[in-house]
Design a protein around this ligand. Sequence first.
Ligand code: ADP
Length: 478
Amino acid sequence: MKRVLFASSEVYPFIKTGGLADVAFGLPKALKNMGIDVRIILPKYVNMEEKYKENLEFKASFNVKVGWRRQYCGIEYLEYAGIPVYFIDNEYYFKRDNAYGFFDDGERFAFFSRAILEVIKHIDFKPDIIHLNDWQTAMTSVLLNTQYRHLKIYKDIKTVYTIHNLKYQGEYGREILGELFELGEDMITEDKLEYHGHVNFMKGAINYSDFITTVSETYANEIQYDYFGDGLNGVLKKNSYKLKGIVNGIDYDIYNPLHDSYIPYKYDHKSVNRKSNNKESLQKQLNLPIDHKKPMISMITRLVDQKGLDLLDHIMDELMALDIQFVVLGTGDEKYENMMKYYEAKYPKKLKVHLNFNTTLAHRIYAGSDMFLMPSRFEPCGLGQLIALRYGTIPIVRETGGLKDTVVSYNKFDGTGNGFSFINYNAHEMLFTIKEAIDVYHKKGQWKKIISSAMKSDYSWERSASKYSDIYDALLGW
Ligand code: ADP
C-alpha cells in the first residue's frame, strides 16, 4: 500500500482562506477511497474551531532547528473523515489571528517545512511520497535533498509539488538562507533557489521536487509563457519534463442538488424542471420580477482583476438592454464593488448585487440561475464553473486555464457541449457569446440537451485522484 504524507498550510474544515484548503481535503479523501494510506499534516492554528481542538491527541514533542535556534514542536493528532491528520504545534508561530500576512511568514513556514521532515522520525508512519503544496511547504523539498537524504528513513522518499497559486512564491533576501535553514550562499544559483539575486521558495521546489503538478492541463502550458508565468515561466519550461496539469475536482457530497440542504427544491438530471422552482424562489428572495421564461445569468466570484470584471464594465449597458436578469454575489476590490452598485442602482429591476460572502445564497444561485458567467483573464482551475455544471447551470467562460479544460463549447450542428466559451479577452466577444447562449436558451429542446450534458460532466475528485495516484506509482516504479 502506498503511503503519502500530504502537507498543506490550510486544510478544510480546520482552516480555510482559499481553494487550497478544499483541495487539501478533497484530494486526500479521494486518495484514501482508492486504498492509499494518506495522512495530512498542517500547522495547528489557534483559530481552529473548538470542536476540533478539544479532540486533539498529543503524540510527541521535540525541537526543530530554525537556523541556529531550537524551537518547540508538538505533534497532535486527530482522525477526521477516516483520514489521520497531524497538527504541528508551536504557539509562537501559529497562535495568531490569521493564517498568513505576518512579517515573519518566511520564518513561520521555514519552521513548518522542516517540521514536516522531523515529524517522520517521531511517528510510526514512513511515507513513500511527500506531497507538498504552494510556497509555504516548498522548502521541504529543498531541505530533504540538501540535508536529509543521507539518513536511511529519507533516502527513498519522493516528492510531488503542486502549484495552486503562482502569485505567492515566498521571496526573501539571501540572508535567510543561513538564518532560517543553515544553508549556504552556494544555493544562490539558477538551478537551486536564486531569483533576481533573492531566494524564491517556489523556485526551489520546482528545481528539487521529483514531480510538479498544477491544477489544470491548459494552465500547466500557460505558465511556461511570460504572460501567465509570474517570473517563473523560464524555470517551469526547463522543468516541463516533470510538470503535469491535473484538473481539480469538487466534493460531490457537498455540491449535490439532490441533497443540498441550502436549496428549497432538490433535483437531479431527471427532475431538472424543478430548477425553475428554485429560480422562482430566488427571484422572490432577491426581489426580482417573477418570470420563469427570462434567462437569469449569475456570477459568484471574488471581485478582482483576474475575474474579467472590466469586460463587464465595457458592455453592461448593452447587456442590460437584453431581456434578462443578472445576479452577482461577490466581495473584493472597492472599484469593482462600486461599479456593481452603480449598475444595480441604474438597472434595479434587472440586476441584483450582493457584496458579501454568503454560502447559502451561493448554493441558491447555483441552483436557481440558468447561466453562470466566468470571463476570467486567467484561471488556474476554477471551481465556480464546476459547481455550476453540477447544478445544470450553463457556464459561459473565457477559454483560459481550467475553464478551457472543463467547459466544452456548445456545437449547434451536432448538439454537443456543456456550455459556451469565447477565446479573446474582449468585451464584445463576451457579449456576443452571452447573446448566443440566450438564443439557444429559448430553443427549449436544445437547452435541455446542454443541461443534460452539463449535469453528466464528471468533475468529482475520484477522476483526478487516480491521475495523482498514477504519478505516485511512476515515481515509485510500481
Ligand atoms: P478563486 O479560488 O479564484 O476565488 P474559484 O472559482 O476557484 O475562484 O473558487 C471560488 C469559490 O468560492 C467557489 O466555490 C465560489 O462559489 C465561492 N465564492 C466566491 N465568492 C463567494 C461569495 N461571495 N459567497 C459565497 N461563495 C463564494
